[in-house]
Design a protein around this ligand. Structure first.
Ligand SMILES: Cc1ncc(COP(=O)(O)O)c(C=O)c1O
Length: 472
């Protein structure tokens, strides 16, 4: 393919792109959505490349939701009064919709509404029955909201093991994982947690690990937050014990609602560390007892976000109408072009402008690309500077470690010894600036990330590449 140069035009490059990725031409329905549902992006000349940070909401989902709220009377669920009963029915209908969307049998799975994916992960972590001798197995590229589960594990005297990701692709070595999985504590509680898609590198780890781990005696917690916005997760084909996700990552609105989709048997295994309004059938002050509700209700503390949950219903319907397969196809084409074109960018002296962290082809990877920008001498350009210049150009991208320190450490070449040295004598608090200062040889503690989603277009990735080429 032709490397993008300032001499080529959007139309010429789009034609070359479609020749190379003909499947993109079949996703034109999304261009129509871009003109209708997401018009605000082009009206405001904004290039949005942070879908892994947060999805964008279609105008009609917000309108449907607003119309629903302004034409119905909703009250706090759990009562027979009409306003309460309607809210209760909406919540239950949405629960059923979530199960249908992920092709999960209601006999096998239950949906617990949470505030977000992190909250879903915490519900599992704090209630998993870790005991001395039990194990938690994590991949290096877990999000911090999964890494945090190790604190519950340690507090109960259980062991945490990490399986590394290996550069340059930042994937896990299959044989190494198999070895660790084969060491489950017999008769114990073993929890294996990994991301279906890394929010750092875009790597999509095999979903086949789920059955393999379960066959070795592990419960599997699948962090699907970065995967489900552009990939089908079919819970009739794979059967993780727990799945965590946030709906705003899928369709932008509402924020503040996520889900823990859990096997009913796996929910029953959890021991909630407390009780609260909504989670019990009976609690007594003088009798000093409480009795937890069955299933999902035992995990939904206090009042659910019952005014926003109907928007989840609208968002899922929207995705169903567009088709996740279509979205997937489109972002795969765009990711392929973006990877090739970013790698083709060079300084006049021949040095590469960009180093990509993670796979450089679309095989088993999603539409999230982490990278560093380099100057003519090969030194890393400060990611804050790249973000600031992108913002000036109307481009939304993200920089830092994306709450994924393990993948970042490997990608950026930070060794355990170096990190130990930094953290020894650091006291109780450390700022990002302190951390940056203590790294050897001016290494950067962060990267730049662009990510594609629901209504990404060729014009978006083209604008980004033109911007990046101007960083020389
Ligand atoms: C893979 C992954 N897991 C978990 C989370 C946490 O999601 P939330 O902030 O919505 O709780 C994120 C957020 O970016 C993510 O990308």
């Amino acid at each position: 393919m032709r490397a993008t140069t300032t001499a080529s035009t959007l139309e010429q490059d789009r034609a070359a792109f479609i020749e190379r990725y003909p499947a993109y031409a079949k996703t034109g329905a999304i261009d129509e959505l871009r003109d209708t549902e997401f018009r605000r992006l082009d009206d405001q000349k904004l290039v949005y490349l942070d879908y892994t940070g947060g999805g964008l909401y279609p105008a009609s989902v917000v309108e449907r939701h607003a119309t629903f709220l302004t034409t119905h009377v909703l009250g706090n669920p759990h009562s027979v009064n009409p306003a309460s009963a309607l809210a209760g029915r909406c919540v239950e209908a949405c629960r059923a919709h979530v199960l249908r969307f992920f092709n999960a049998s209601p006999d096998e799975y239950a949906v617990v509404f949470t505030a977000n994916a992190s909250h879903a992960l915490k519900l599992v972590g704090e209630a998993y029955p870790f005991e001395p001798g039990d194990q938690l197995l994590l991949t290096y590229d877990n999000h911090n909201s999964v890494n945090g589960i190790r604190e519950f594990d340690r507090a109960h005297g259980a062991e945490t093991t990490y399986v590394p990701v290996i550069p340059p692709d930042l994937r896990v070595e299959g044989a190494r994982l198999e070895r660790l999985l084969s060491r489950a504590t017999p008769g114990g509680h073993n929890l294996f947690a990994y991301p279906a898609q890394s929010n750092f590198s875009g790597v999509q780890h095999p979903l086949e690990w789920i059955a393999t781990a379960q066959n070795h005696g592990w419960d599997v917690l699948l962090d699907a937050a970065a995967f489900v916005p552009t990939n089908c997760l079919d819970l009739s084909r794979v059967h993780p014990d727990y799945v965590a996700l946030s709906f705003y990552k899928m369709f932008g609105h509402p924020t503040g609602v996520g889900a823990l989709i859990a096997k009913r048997s796996a929910l029953a295994k959890l021991h909630r560390p407390w009780f609260s309004g909504g989670t019990i059938t009976v609690a007594s002050v003088q009798g000093d007892r409480h009795f937890l509700a069955e299933g999902a209700a035992a995990f939904e503390d206090g009042t659910l976000d019952y005014t926003n949950i109907p928007a989840v219903d609208a968002g899922l319907s929207f995705l169903d109408e567009v088709g996740l397969d279509l979205i997937h196809e489109r972002v795969s084409c765009l990711t392929g072009w973006l990877l090739e074109t970013m790698l083709a960018l060079h300084h006049p002296n021949g040095r590469p402008l960009i180093k990509i962290f993670g796979p450089v082809t679309t095989a088993d990877r999603g539409a999230t690309i982490a990278f560093s920008v380099h100057d003519q001498a090969g030194a890393v350009v400060d990611h804050d500077d790249v973000e600031r210049r992108a913002a000036e150009a109307g481009i939304s991208l993200r920089t830092g470690c994306f709450c994924n320190p393990g993948a970042g450490e490997v990608a950026l070449g930070l060794s355990a010894g170096e990190l130990d040295r930094c953290f020894t004598d650091s006291g109780d608090r450390m700022t990002k600036e302190d951390f940056g200062r203590c790294l050897e040889g001016g290494k950067s503690p962060g990267a730049v990330r662009v990510s594609l989603g629901l209504v990404s277009t060729f014009a978006d990735v083209y604008a980004f590449v033109r911007f990046a080429a101007g960083l020389t």
